[in-house]
Design a protein around this ligand. Structure first.
Ligand code: GLN
Length: 475
């Protein structure tokens, strides 16, 4: 199903050409018609309908229904949403009904948007294929035998299938951009802190970012505008752009300095992916952009650095699931200690356990200096190298992932091979910079190829304006 651009849909709701109830029904029908893809964990039909009626009532009363009036959306199931189980696709949180709601959801609802469903993910957002979901595997809309990417695979598949005009994802090391690339949609990871993390199940708190998956850069800008800005419930949040984001226009490319990341165009990257990026860059040059190759010497260390820092933070964040405070509790345990070990032992899946063990190891006093501290040093180096790069170019570009969508099962038994799909996305999280994935082309098997755009911290507006300029050539 094809949805009109978000601002057209909102206009239609505001002028009574369509209604919020109609849009929600359209979304619910699309969800019901596409169950075979298994993108969705739960549907919030009654809540969504009730909200839709409120929006329509506001329109009927001549009140302002908000800049996202009546727009249905789908949230990854690690967002706390009133009235919905929030599972993070993990058995340990099955049946957990949150007592409060994510700030991002509050802001979207205040603007008239309506959460219709919760999407599948790799449990606790650990993964790059959605195969680590404790419940089921989501299928790629372009080829059912392939993964949708991860960890926001349900959200990306949902947008590609047209289940709603937009979906929310989280990106700790690529989990918005990589599935967006595999499913042929737009995915934005904003600057760290631009969108509040309050009410989102924490993975790696110094890396986690919240962002939209959409059908266009403009739609991403509209959604970002509503969600972004300081929030007293998350002390790491920053102010949004003074002019907001929704008014963003396509960038005039004349004289714009764009760096092609050298380390992302080398060995191990699929030839068709490389060729598509090269063609896109040549096209930007024809339109006046000044292209150069840019090297960030520490980039080859980024993946190793990420897979030390992230498990460290994961092991800390997952310690709260003790069988006492949330979700699953083992009923057979003889005492408190056994209750902890059995609840965690049965409740967590393989990947969560792997990360808890790695994280606990790298944080242990004997190995802290050898691993964690070194990784933090590399992280600082990377931040400095990105800052230096952005003093000589306005943007960096490259592929999103080394391959297009791989087969379900292909990497599932080999965690290292799976971790390699993140090789081009983790650096943006380590450096806290905004990065966007857009659907650039298709490979010979008709699978989407994404292009990654990056800008300096807080240049989210500029990033979106470049995305709109690139989008003009791929339409
Ligand atoms: N694939 C990466 C990982 O498994 C990124 C996950 C994410 O961004 N949530 O850690």
């Amino acid at each position: 199903m094809i949805w009109e651009p978000i601002d057209d849909l909102v206009k239609s709701v505001k002028t009574g050409r369509t209604s919020a109830v109609e849009l929600v029904n359209r979304s619910l029908k699309a969800i019901a018609d596409n169950q075979e893809y298994q993108a969705i964990i739960s549907v919030l039909k009654d809540n969504a309908m009730a909200r839709a009626k409120l929006v329509d009532q506001a329109v009927a009363n001549g009140e302002d229904p908000g800049v996202l009036a009546g727009i249905p959306f789908i949230a990854k199931d690690n967002f706390l949403v009133y009235g919905s189980d929030t599972t993070a696709a993990s058995n340990i949180l099955k049946g957990f009904v949150p007592p409060y709601q994510a700030s991002a959801i509050n802001r979207l609802e205040a603007a008239g948007a309506i959460c219709v469903a919760k999407a599948n993910l790799d449990a606790f957002a650990h993964g790059a294929s959605t195969e680590n979901s404790d419940f089921f595997v989501t299928k790629n809309p372009h080829d059912k035998s392939r993964v949708p990417g991860g960890s926001s695979g349900g959200s990306a598949a949902a947008v590609a299938l047209g289940l709603a005009p937009f979906a929310l994802g989280t990106d700790t090391g690529g989990s918005i951009r990589q599935p967006a690339s595999f499913c042929g949609v737009f995915g934005l990871k904003p600057t760290y802190g631009l969108v509040s993390r309050s009410g989102v199940v924490a993975m790696g708190s110094s890396l986690d970012c919240i962002g939209p998956l959409t059908r266009s850069a403009k739609d991403a800008a509209i959604v970002l505008d509503v969600m972004s800005g300081r929030d007293e419930l998350d002390s790491t949040t920053i102010d949004k752009n003074a002019a907001g984001y929704s008014g963003v226009k396509a960038l005039n490319l004349k004289g714009v300095r764009i760096g092609l990341v050298k380390e992302y165009m080398g060995e191990g990257v699929n030839e068709e992916v490389k060729a598509a990026i090269k063609r896109a860059v040549e096209d930007l040059a024809k339109r006046g952009a000044i292209i150069s190759d840019v090297s960030l010497p520490s980039l080859p260390l980024a993946l190793a650095c990420y897979y030390i820092i992230t498990p460290a933070e994961v092991s800390s964040n997952l310690s709260r699931y003790d069988g006492v405070r949330y979700g699953y509790r083992d009923k057979q345990a003889a005492d408190l200690f056994e209750s902890y070990t059995k609840s965690r032992g049965h409740g967590f899946g393989k990947e969560a356990k792997r990360r808890i063990m790695i994280g606990t190891y790298v944080l242990s006093s004997g190995y802290y200096d050898a691993y964690y501290k070194k990784a933090q040093t590399v992280r600082t180096k990377l931040i400095n190298e990105f800052a230096a790069a952005f003093s000589s170019v306005d943007y960096l570009v490259g592929p999103v992932a080394p391959t297009t969508a791989f087969k379900i099962g292909e990497n599932a038994q080999n965690p290292l091979a799976m971790y390699l799909s993140d090789v081009m996305t983790v650096a943006a999280n380590l450096a806290g910079i905004p990065s966007l994935s857009l659907p650039l082309a298709k490979d010979k098997q008709n699978l989407p190829i994404g292009m990654q755009l990056m800008a300096a911290q807080k240049k989210d507006y500029e990033l979106l304006s470049l995305a709109m300029a690139v989008e003009e050539t791929i339409k």
